[in-house]
Design a protein around this ligand. Structure first.
Ligand code: HEC
Ligand code: HEC
Length: 351
């Protein structure tokens, strides 16, 4: 795979990088030429390849594959997905039979809810913003703090959480086992009667089918160079170059799956509450940026309403230190220009 040279990327880690304004036309035309000739599925922001020299892996963007791989012990089948879909939309999953997964993960809102923080069973706002479950099957750790390792592991969490669905698992199984449809389906799909493990498996299988593909970025990466507007291409250039977003937002999901302290919010210990480590406090998983235009408000606490607000945060509102005086993993971008912000927003809308 040929890589695209960009001087900007070599200044990683220094403030100079942020001021770098390389010849955008050159980089842009290299991208275009590269795409026209090679149709690469990835865009790599590497220094020039030196023959005979191993270049370390650099962060890159990649197309989102069409299918999420399933774990060996829970292969995806049509019947299982159908069962999972019914469970996802079934209010019986909550304690008072009023809340479904889809109450917070609404299909018409890209499987998020459009709220800064949603209301759960307790009638009080939850402590965190609802992420989309689209493409969630690609994440290696789930939740803002990464406390679940798979969709199977994740699924029973919200059902039992007092402030989300507030349901007792034994009661749930009793309730579901009384429904003729489920009495027929569970044995057909899993070879045994209703049980919580298989509820989780079916929900996971259904969610693995919720993927976005063929976005303008995917089509651009496939070689269709008009798939991104000129402004979005300028945003892409900033994203991968001087704005440094690619450091954390890369790969097919535009997330490295790691945890960072950006200084958003002051109360939630985030990753620190999972590991108990001081150094992990106030850190959150890099969210995927796929379909991000439709999943606002943003950040773990839903505190930023629009993509413009988010980009402006990176340019202007990053605090000088984190909560409890802990250091942050980013510094504000120094050179603010409104056209840069607009270009990044245009790029974010193409994902
Ligand atoms: C009351 C609202 C609400 C309900 C109901 C709800 N969720 Fe969520 N969901 C959330 C919130 C909030 C988070 C983020 C919590 C966190 O990170 O600590 C979340 C996170 C998730 C994630 C992780 C996504 C990611 O990017 O890491 C998945 C998957 C998920 N929910 C699936 C489900 C399923 C399946 C159900 C039904 C069994 C369900 N949710 C019910 C609000 C809800
Ligand atoms: C050091 C790693 C890092 C860098 C660099 C970075 N981000 Fe982020 N990004 C994150 C993390 C972590 C969050 C979640 C923070 C939180 O909720 O507290 C986030 C959140 C976001 C969100 C909100 C997504 C959502 O669903 O809530 C957007 C949009 C975003 N980043 C875009 C960008 C852009 C554009 C850049 C470059 C200007 C950038 N990021 C640079 C790690 C990073």
């Amino acid at each position: 795979m040929k890589t695209i040279a960009s001087k900007g990327s070599q200044r990683r880690g220094s403030r100079a990088r942020r001021r770098f304004r390389g010849p955008l036309w050159l980089a842009a035309s290299l991208v275009a030429i590269n795409l026209a000739v090679m149709s690469p599925a990835v865009l790599n922001l590497a220094g020039a390849d030196e023959p005979g020299r191993e270049t370390p892996a650099r962060p890159k963007l990649a197309r989102l594959p069409d299918h999420v791989p399933a774990p060996d012990d829970n292969p995806t089948t049509d019947a299982k997905v159908e069962l999972g879909r019914q469970l996802f939309f079934d209010p019986r999953l909550s304690g008072d039979n009023s809340i479904r997964c889809a109450t917070c993960h609404l299909p018409e809102r890209s499987y998020a809810d459009g709220l800064a923080r949603s209301m759960g069973a307790s009638g009080r706002p939850l402590s965190r913003n609802t992420p989309t479950v689209l493409n969630a099957g690609w994440h290696s750790s789930l939740f803002w703090d990464g406390r679940a390792g798979s969709l199977e592991e994740q699924a029973l969490g919200p059902i039992q959480a007092a402030d989300e669905m507030n349901q007792d698992l034994d009661e749930l199984i009793e309730e579901l086992a009384a429904v003729p449809e489920y009495q027929r389906q569970f044995p057909r799909v899993f070879g045994r009667s209703v049980n919580s493990q298989d509820v989780a498996r079916a929900l996971a299988a259904f969610q693995r089918t919720l993927v976005t593909s063929n976005s303008p970025l995917d089509r651009y990466l496939a070689g269709e160079k008009d798939a991104l507007s000129a402004q979005a291409r300028q945003g892409l250039e900033l994203f991968m170059g001087s704005a440094g977003c690619i450091r954390c937002h890369h790969g097919p999901l535009l997330s490295d799956g790691k945890f960072y302290r950006l200084g958003v919010g002051r109360d939630d210990l985030g990753r620190g509450s999972v590991t108990g480590q001081l150094e992990d406090r106030y850190k959150f998983r890099t969210p995927s940026l796929r379909g991000v235009e439709r999943t606002g408000p943003y950040m773990h606490d839903g505190s930023l309403a629009t993509l413009y607000d988010v980009v402006q945060f990176y340019y202007r509102d990053v605090p000088s230190r984190g909560p409890a005086g802990l250091p942050l993993d980013i510094e504000p971008l120094v050179d603010q220009s409104f056209s840069d912000i607009d270009a990044l927003v245009a790029f974010l809308k193409s994902l």
